[in-house]
Write a protein that binds this ligand. Structure first.
Ligand code: UDP
Length: 303
């Protein structure tokens, strides 16, 4: 996101506590004199001279956000509050990265924004789902109470270069396993579905959303409607990497949604946005990225 904004001529202050993000992902941006980085956790207030805020904070991978669920909730709720207060003080426009997880294990398929969801409030995913739901509530209350200009998007499964090899989500897991000849771990029978959006498509959607008319508040779904089962994804990764990894089945995590696919009519109508990277093409680029990262890591270990 920072790169796209810098290329578009903005001054960008990146605020990150690097709890899951990698500082090395920013190294290419250091050449911009219009770029600065502040190591800070938005659970604590911060004051900055800004006119737009993208609140993208919070780990999004289930093993990462479940590792410290109370901190996850704090990040989503207190983080949103602090960013909303900052936007209010500065008169800034504010963007919220919400999630398809607000739909929980959906009974309506595909999911339109009008669907109110099916979330288990006390399960292991709730820290993320309910945290993000509360953040949405805060955004709309600040809009109604204080007239804030808000932009809320609900992000569906996203993947691409610059993910961590140990991110733990399905696309990076399968690619890293395939490239290193390890077993490919399908949780459950692999019939559950997801719709995978390539990161560049998503970022383009963020930018369009921020620049849209003030009446466009969202929530707006951003995701790729191409739907695949986890087993189909595994087969595609094996095919594209030429891997000889075996597929093994492991137990399905609690509350794992059965199916997920965005209805993107609203994004098409209000933003003129739709993704244009097919899963296969996005996977080829992501595999090339991980191939490079893993070869570098292996070379360092051998030395
Ligand atoms: N999954 C899997 N193997 C893995 C990681 C995930 O089969 O190594 C499954 C997971 O159970 C879920 C789907 O892949 O059904 C997507 O999981 P992910 O953690 O990427 O995102 P989620 O949509 O569940 O937040």
């Amino acid at each position: 996101m920072c790169g796209v904004l810098l290329e578009a001529g903005h001054h960008v202050v990146c605020v990150d506590n690097f709890s899951t993000g990698l500082e090395r992902n920013l190294s290419d941006l250091r050449d911009f004199s219009t770029f600065s980085v502040i190591r800070h956790d938005i659970v604590d207030p911060i004051d900055l001279e800004i006119d737009e805020i993208y609140n993208l904070a919070c780990p999004a991978s289930p093993p990462h956000y479940q590792a410290d669920p109370i901190r996850t909730m704090r990040t989503s709720v207190l983080g949103a509050l602090n960013m909303l207060d900052l936007a209010h003080r500065r008169g800034a426009k504010i963007f919220q990265a919400s999630t398809s997880e607000v739909y929980g294990d959906p009974h309506i398929h595909p999911q339109p924004e009008s669907y109110l969801g099916n979330v288990n409030a006390i399960g292991p995913r709730a820290c993320y789902d309910e945290g993000k739901r509360s953040a949405e509530t805060l955004f709309f209350d600040y809009q109604r109470r204080h007239g804030l200009r808000i932009k809320v998007v609900r992000i569906f499964n996203t993947y691409g270069p610059h993910m961590r090899p140990d991110d733990g989500r399905v696309v990076s897991n399968f690619i890293v396993q395939a490239l290193s000849g390890k077993d490919i771990t399908i949780y459950g029978d692999g019939s559950q579905t997801r719709s995978f959006c390539y990161v560049d498509d998503l970022i383009r959607g963020f930018h369009l959303m921020m620049d849209s008319a003030d009446e466009v508040t969202g929530p707006i779904n951003l995701g790729n409607p191409g739907e695949f089962s986890v087993a189909e994804l595994a087969a595609m990764v094996i095919d594209l990497t030429g891997s000889r990894s075996r597929i093994v089945q492991m137990s399905l995590p609690a509350d794992d949604p059965r199916q997920r696919r965005p209805d993107i009519t609203r994004a098409e109508m209000q933003l003129g946005w739709r993704p244009n990277t097919a899963l296969r093409d996005g996977l080829v680029r992501t595999i090339a990225y991980f191939d490079k990262v893993l070869s570098t890591e292996n070379a360092l270990q051998v030395r």
